[in-house]
Ligand binder design. Sequence first.
Ligand code: ADP
Ligand code: MG
Length: 352
Amino acid sequence: MFFKNKFLNKLAIVCAGGVFTLVSGCSDPTPVPTTASGKTMGTFYFVETSEPFAGGSEALQNLCEQEYSRISSLISTFDKNAELYKLDDNKSTDPIEISAGLTNIIKGCLKQSKRIDFAMDVTVGPLVNLWGFGKDKRLSKEPDEQAILQAKKLVGPDKFSLSTDNNGNNFITKALPEVRIDLATVGEGLGADAVAEVLNAKGVKNYLSSVAGASRSAGTNPQGKPWRIGIEDPSTPDHKVFQAVCPLGMAMSTAGSYRNYFKDEQSGRIYSHAIDPKTGRPVDHTTMSVTVIAPTAFETDALDTGLLVMGADRALEWAEREGVAVYTIEMKDGKAVGRYSSAFKPYLECRK
Ligand code: ADP
Ligand code: MG
């Protein structure tokens, strides 16, 4: 989630320094890395290059913030000037012209959605709002069935279409005026990738680029060892590391159902911000987090929320079938239990 207040994420950068959790064993002398960290659009970012970055921390920070602001100007649903904000506000069912940048993001999401049978669906916005996780206020009780049915009518892959005219201009056509596009779930991944791409173009070989729960890595850390990232323990509130992972030059992101939720005051039930587009309801199972490793943070971030919606059993079955690296954490008898697909194994062994 890129645009809302979120206290921390499912990741703790292990041995990277900066604002994230440090674990023991990080006392080797550090050969002048450059770091940049801070808050952007309601969440945290952390970027580190193993060698000195030209211009130092300030230059790295400027680069990051420029990239994040470029992405947010495309996909923010909180910033009135953002392209997506205006698109969501536009109630026309005629073709609406959209930029090539936004088109590519939506197409990229659709490609990942199809792989997991639309458990991640960019039209989920009306349900997200209804359940109090959007622009509107938090809820204190469940919305009524009628309202859920009403919002569900606006959700599904058939609720919009994309087209391109002879001049290469892109358009989106909504099936109903109230259809909205929600790209919040890929904001972090887009941010991590965008900074990584600029670093690649500048010839930086060793870096870690993270926005909240999404990271992209290259090369090694300042000690010349694989970058290590911690998946948080969902059973404790103190951001303890549950499992250390080495992304080995890949991207990684985690979707969690345990930090961003609301509690029904009467029943005491907890509702997660991951919404199942098929039921129209927040997921209600014991899977607390899903971590995905793939070449880009956009891909991992587009998949993690959907896999969380599917739950650990189905997510791991899918991952095994598709050869995707997935790690799940479930609560069993009050304890957090980790499971992973075969493709995840090398990232636990951390050997390069
Ligand atoms: P996490 O950090 O846990 O991955 P994100 O912030 O990346 O969470 O994504 C959660 C956000 O994604 C929600 O707040 C909502 O806006 C949106 N969302 C929730 N359920 C879905 C879904 N099934 N498909 C697409 N987007 C979703
Ligand atoms: Mg996500």
